[in-house]
Ligand binder design. Structure first.
Ligand SMILES: CC(C)(COP(=O)(O)OP(=O)(O)OC[C@H]1O[C@@H](n2cnc3c(N)ncnc32)[C@H](O)[C@@H]1OP(=O)(O)O)[C@@H](O)C(=O)NCCC(=O)NCCS
Length: 170
């Protein structure tokens, strides 16, 4: 399978925060943001693999900044690394200042998607070739995130998580 670049499948979704999507503090409800991230990441995974893709795991989400009612929110999802049938998708969330138009990073998330056939059987995906420094950094760290996710899901023994162990022994 031919290598692809993260820019080939990047997905950018921009939308407003409306009253029905907020918590009692009038900030965007966390579950609504998770859904927007899942939607953007799912499109990216599909564009990269050209297959049906399912969310296998939400590996990490950081709600660093609250997002007030009326904000313009941009969710950008890119493939950070591929393995055999799975893809790690890194999602950056930005809010846009109304007057200046300047975008400020608000939150981020890391999801794992698996490409499947019509029967739900995992299928191979094309390799990814990171290009920018940030893409390379995220690519390098993705294997230990995959191992951590598998250990937490009870799908890998901690003793087999070589990359993860190396973090604590170097
Ligand atoms: C995701 C799913 C296809 C994995 O099926 P499976 O039988 O565990 O298949 P495998 O063990 O072959 O795993 C497939 C890939 O997923 C990866 N994977 C599975 N669980 C994972 C997890 N918790 N974290 C990270 N990667 C995971 C495996 O490492 C493997 O990756 P690789 O082939 O790139 O090395 C299956 O569990 C499923 O269909 N889940 C439901 C998905 C869904 O409906 N999502 C929407 C939420 S309601």
């Amino acid at each position: 399978m031919q290598n692809k670049f993260p820019s080939d499948s990047v997905t950018v979704l921009t939308d407003l925060v409306l009253p029905g999507e907020t918590n009692p503090l009038n900030n965007l409800f966390g579950g609504e943001l998770l859904a927007r991230m899942d939607r953007a990441a799912s499109i990216t995974a599909r564009r990269h693999s050209r297959r049906i893709c399912v969310t296998a795991s939400v590996n990490h989400v950081a709600f660093n900044k609250s997002i007030p009612l009326g904000s313009v929110v941009t969710v950008e999802a890119k493939v950070s690394r591929t393995f055999s049938t799975s893809m790690e998708i890194y999602i950056d969330v930005w809010i846009e200042d109304r007057e200046s138009g300047i975008k400020v990073k608000a939150n981020e998330g890391i999801y794992t998607f698996v490409a499947v056939d019509e029967m739900g059987t995992p299928m191979p995906v094309p390799p990814i070739e990171p290009q920018t420094d940030l893409e390379k950094q995220r690519f390098d760290a993705a294997l230990r995130r995959k191992q951590l996710s598998l250990v937490l899901a009870g799908k890998m023994k901690p003793s087999e998580a070589t990359e993860l162990k190396a973090l604590f022994t170097t």
